[in-house]
Write a protein that binds this ligand. Structure first.
Ligand code: NAD
Length: 249
């Protein structure tokens, strides 16, 4: 277990699913954790359950992201860790996709990443220390999936953003990395339907879906002091789903 005592961590989309798993692992590692989410009811309940704090956030709104970081610095005097995790993934095939579908996806998944990372940098630069962990996906950067062209583009785009941002921040003591979950059992994944879940379980070598805490542990490593020499990198956490099988096996 990595020790995050005296560290202040912000987890976006932290009220449910993977964000909640990340928040739980960071709390257990000793961090002061702020859960930022658009869902106030779930966010407050989650904060109470985990021993964390809840702040409102609409990640698609730049002013909301700036206000959130200002409030965190005002109340906790520092920001050491940002887990930029918020994301949506409704399916829509290419033939029926409208500009609105496309824009809604990118305003949360891609623009939200930019807003949160940019808003956090000043507080991290002032202390010469920061750990930023993005939640990307295997869909887009490594694999494709029918119905997710807009989602795949957003998740691949996050990684391009991350690599250039990592170079811009390298001399400031700030690292930026990404976890790439496979299929993790959350409300968002359940919304894809039972048929999808069964299809995915069959495709994963372990034949099990991942848990939010599986991603939490990977994020905790990248958020630790010990990961200081890792930046601009990705960590796939998918039960081996994207491993190609040898034709001779
Ligand atoms: P989820 O739908 O279960 O939870 C998402 C959380 O984000 C919710 O608490 C929701 O209220 C919050 N949220 C939504 N819109 C918001 C907004 N505008 N501002 C602030 N908060 C907002 O999703 P999840 O499955 O936990 O996924 C979390 C992240 O992991 C996403 O980026 C997703 O793309 C990624 N991911 C998930 C899986 C998976 O299998 N579940 C796989 C790969 C990547």
């Amino acid at each position: 277990m990595f020790d995050l005592t005296d560290q202040v961590a912000l987890v976006t989309g932290g009220a449910k699913g993977i964000g909640k798993g990340i928040a739980r692992v960071l709390v257990n590692a000793g961090a002061t954790v702020i859960i930022a989410d658009i869902d106030e009811t779930a966010g407050k309940a989650c904060a109470e359950e985990l021993g964390a704090h809840y702040f409102y956030l609409d990640v698609s709104c730049q002013a909301s992201c700036k206000q959130l970081v200002s409030a965190v610095v005002r109340d906790f005097e520092q920001l050491d860790i940002l887990c930029s995790n918020t994301g949506i993934f409704p399916q829509c095939n290419l033939a029926s996709m409208t500009e609105q579908h496309w824009d809604d996806m990118h305003s949360i998944n891609l623009k939200g990443t930019f807003f949160m990372v940019q808003a956090s940098l000043e507080a991290m630069r002032m202390r010469g220390y920061g750990r930023i962990v993005l939640t990307s996906s295997i869909t887009g950067p490594v694999t494709g999936f029918p119905g997710w062209t807009h989602y795949a583009a957003s998740k691949a785009g996050q990684l391009g953003f991350m690599r250039s941002a990592a170079l811009e921040c390298a001399r400031d003591g700030i690292t930026i990395n990404a976890v790439m979950p496979g299929n993790i059992l959350t409300e968002g994944l359940q919304a894809q339907g039972e048929e999808y879940l069964e299809q995915m379980k069959a495709a994963i070598p372990t034949h099990t879906l991942g848990t939010p805490d599986d991603i939490g542990h990977a994020a905790c490593f990248l958020a630790s002091k010990e990961a200081r020499y890792i930046t601009g990198q990705t960590l796939i956490v998918d039960g081996g789903q994207v491993l190609p099988e040898s034709p001779e096996a």
